[in-house]
Design a binder for this molecule. Structure first.
Ligand code: FDA
Length: 413
């Protein structure tokens, strides 16, 4: 079989892969884009409830988790939300800001996929779907550095871009392929785990709270994530990333979900705690402190009902009353107030990759050039998008990273 030659082969036709392919194609590179699914951009299609939250106008490096919090800065600065919005506007796609800088299509997420497909065609990118059994080999003795064996033929190229995403939602085609390629070439991986995922109650918390499924309230969620021992050893520091989000919490049949929980789940590590301030900024039990009469569970419930949904207020008071006979001194009331602002859960786990919107961790950024996404060890090998250890908050940040890292590599290959 003859080997077909390209300048660049991009593996994975998701958000990052398509963006990279079109950026490289516009520069006159001969680009082949390979996808194992039957169609391109499947995650874009299901994103944002079908309307694709395609960017966040307030995107900053602080909106991302990574063992190296500075890594994303260069790519994000060189391809900004404004640049992606210009592309969306060029294609006449109507959009709106929903909340907190999050931009969604007015119509369907399909418009974003169609836009990227058109741009790829115009840039001369050749796209092949349904390609199985991809294997990458380096051949340093030939003018092309890499050989790509696949079910549809063999290819040779100077640059390979791995854009196969993370492990979230395997039924949408997610695989660990990118991590395997990284390992094959000796690159370090930050252990991947589920991010932006609902959390599962412990047995005890399940008994106490799960029948409230459907109840929702605004909270401040906090958790701390330790940097990996690998990075701590390299930097000589023992840093922690502290997540803090003021958004809605939703009780589910298995645990807690809602934006506050999804956000904080990316910071939570197994065995660790998550805290919820159930009444942010409100001194709920102040009325009890202002009187010496009527200090009891009924008045605590009456005060709590003014800020929490009735069922949650009633349950919180009942649970507290079971563990605490009720100390109605000023100190006892102050303690009750503190507990309300620090409802602490030690989840049994998260709902895992089946429900996670993203994968935290991935190819260690210490292995990559922050300007180009090229491997420092293997010239011509690039990693972009979710496969890299850069994970955005909920709210359009993950796509902005996919676009920006795709453009960074597309401009360098
Ligand atoms: P992505 O997963 O998009 O693409 C990887 C591609 O590689 C896929 O097409 C896959 O089939 C292919 N592939 C995998 N293994 C392969 C192999 N072995 N061979 C060949 N091809 C292979 N983000 C955001 O900013 N706004 C939002 O609204 C949402 N909404 C959202 C909803 C849901 C339900 C999920 C699961 C996720 C989101 N996200 C999101 C996150 C966002 O979808 C995600 O971060 C990006 O799609 C990542 O882009 P990538 O191109 O890196 O991976």
């Amino acid at each position: 079989m003859t080997v077909q030659r390209y300048d660049v082969v991009v593996l994975g036709a998701g958000a990052a892969g398509m963006m990279c392919a079109l950026a490289a194609g516009r520069r006159g590179r001969r680009v082949l884009l390979l996808e194992h699914g039957e169609r391109v951009g499947r995650k874009i299609l299901i994103s944002g409830g079908g309307r694709c939250n395609f960017t966040n106008v307030g995107t900053k490096a602080e909106n991302f988790l990574s063992e190296n919090p500075h890594f994303a800065k260069s790519a994000l600065a060189r391809f900004t939300p404004k640049d992606f919005i210009a592309l969306v506007e060029k294609h006449g796609i109507a959009y709106h800001e929903k909340t907190l800088g999050q931009l969604f299509c007015d119509g369907s997420a399909q418009q974003i996929v169609t836009m990227l497909e058109k741009e790829c065609v115009e840039a001369g990118v050749e796209t092949r779907c349904g390609v199985q059994g991809i294997a990458v080999r380096q051949n340093v003795n030939m003018d092309s550095h890499f050989e790509i064996a696949t079910s549809v033929g063999d290819f040779a190229c100077a640059s390979v871009v791995v854009a196969t995403g993370g492990l979230s939602i395997p039924k949408m085609g997610a695989t660990g392929f990118g991590y395997e390629v990284a390992k094959q070439f000796g690159l370090a991986i930050v252990e991947p785990r589920a991010g932006l995922a609902p959390l599962v109650f412990s047995v005890k918390d399940h008994e106490q709270w799960c029948d409230l499924a459907g109840v929702s309230t605004e909270v401040v969620a906090t958790a701390e994530k330790q940097i990996s021992p690998l990075r701590a050893a390299r930097s000589g520091r023992d840093d922690k990333f502290r997540g803090r989000f003021r958004e809605k919490l939703l009780v589910t049949h298995r645990g807690v979900s809602g934006p506050a929980v999804l956000q904080i789940s990316s910071y939570w590590t197994p065995g660790g705690e998550v805290r919820f301030d159930l009444a942010p900024g409100i001194a709920v039990f102040q009325p009890l402190l202002e009187t010496t009469a009527g200090r009891d569970w009924n008045s605590a419930y009456a005060a709590l009902r003014t800020v929490l949904p009735t069922r949650l207020a009633e349950r919180w008071v009942r649970v507290r009353a079971n563990v605490d006979a009720g100390d109605w001194t000023n100190a006892g009331i102050a303690k009750l107030e503190r507990e309300l602002h620090a409802w602490t859960l030690r989840p049994d786990g998260s709902e895992g990759f089946a429900k996670a919107e993203v994968t935290v961790g991935g190819v260690d950024t210490a292995e990559l050039d922050a300007r180009t996404m090229e491997s420092k060890r293997v010239a011509g090998l690039y990693f972009i998008g979710e496969v890299v250890d850069v994970t955005g908050w909920l709210g359009g940040y993950n796509f902005q990273w996919a676009w920006a890292s795709g453009v960074a590599a597309g401009g360098a290959v």
